[in-house]
Design a binder for this molecule. Structure first.
Ligand code: SAH
Length: 344
């Protein structure tokens, strides 16, 4: 049965502190409470043994500490796991847990569906349904950590699931603050969190000012002609604007911006495209991730053959770039980049 209680994960520390002060309770307890939620991962106020019984009862009356409803978990033969969650309003989201050599990376969603309409991406076909709440973003990490034998092995978080994180800015930042807080929060390192954006130039500078997390830009083309056909956002913020914004981005020393480039056969994979890309990124401290296109029923695009991919990479390497080919994991369970669709 539904109730009117607020998920306490929707509040930041200051909001909880002021909620307490309004009731003449010391705001000092805010940190204590959040430590129980995030550090000790307790799901019940009754377990918060250093709080008075009265305070615990009061918290129970107004708040809850929710878990997401895990509707389905699919396991890929490469070890990655795709989680399908049902939200309170019946909507669905997906997150993907990716095992690496010595740690796990979790790819999380920021919205139900997505408004960007990128032509190569299956999530785009859902359209935009709604922003995720701060609690729903946090819960993907908090809940999936519980499934790992040693939860501290989940060290990396990437906002590369469903949705455009910068268009749900407030809740994404709220969640990042909880992830990285070293006192009461989940103690993730800023260096191990990456926000990926299709290029929302109006919001981009804020991310550099408000956080120290890594930035990834889904570029996917090296000129406006091609990018316009692949990513409608380019009509609003053309490549020059995006590159300018990256140039001015407040980047910590030694850090670089990651540019993601989905390689699609005969669309953006020629030697000329690679050369143009090398010139375009010259003014920016960058590294490049090439993502060979992951096929799905929603489109006719194809991935280039291996030689083309390697040739594209080589041109960029010869121009002095660090370039990785990112073979997305979980393709057999539709958990790879651009394949999240919530088929239940
Ligand atoms: N909206 C954000 C977050 C999603 S990230 C963004 O655009 O960055 C998802 C990443 O997967 C993006 O870099 C996107 O370019 C890539 N992608 C989408 N569809 C893909 C597909 N079919 N094959 C390979 N990569 C894809």
């Amino acid at each position: 049965m539904k109730n009117n209680k607020i998920d306490i994960k929707d509040l930041n520390k200051e909001e909880l502190a002021s909620w307490l002060s309004q009731r003449n309770i010391s705001s000092f307890h805010a940190g204590q409470i959040l430590k129980w939620v995030y550090l000790h991962r307790k799901d019940s106020f009754d377990m918060m043994t250093d709080l008075s019984k009265n305070l615990r009862n009061l918290l129970c009356e107004h708040f809850e500490i929710k878990r997401l409803d895990k509707k389905n978990i699919e396991v890929s033969k490469d070890g990655s796991k795709k989680y399908l969650f049902t939200l309170d309003d019946g909507n669905h989201i997906e997150s993907v847990l990716i095992p690496e050599k010595e740690h796990y990376t979790l790819c999380i969603s920021s919205q139900v569906g997505c408004a960007q309409g990128c032509k190569f991406c299956l999530t785009a076909k859902i359209g935009f349904i709604r922003n995720l709440k701060q609690s729903e973003i946090i819960s993907q990490v908090r809940d999936i950590q519980e499934d790992i034998n040693n939860p501290s092995e989940l060290t990396n978080i990437v906002f590369m699931g469903m949705g455009e994180p910068l268009s749900n800015y407030k809740n994404v930042i709220g969640a990042i603050n909880i992830f990285t807080d070293s006192d009461f929060g989940m103690r993730f390192s800023n260096r191990r969190i990456t926000v990926s954006t299709a290029g929302l130039v109006s919001i981009l500078p804020n991310l550099g000012k408000d956080t120290k997390v890594n930035l990834a830009i889904s570029l996917n083309a090296s000129n406006n002609n091609i990018r316009n056909t692949l990513m409608p956002i380019n009509l609003r913020y053309p490549i020059e604007k995006l590159i300018d914004s990256c140039k001015n981005y407040s980047l910590s020393p030694r850090k670089r911006i990651t540019f993601e480039y989905v390689l699609i056969k005969n669309i953006n994979d020629s030697s000329n495209d690679a050369k143009e890309l090398a010139t375009l990124l010259r003014p920016i401290k960058s590294k490049i991730n090439l993502i060979p296109y992951n096929a799905h029923e929603g489109s006719d695009f194809m991935r280039p053959n291996r030689d083309n991919i390697l040739n594209f990479q080589e041109i960029l390497i010869k121009s002095g770039y660090t370039v990785f080919i990112r073979e997305s994991k979980g393709q057999d369970i539709s958990a790879a980049c651009g394949q999240l669709y919530c088929k239940s």
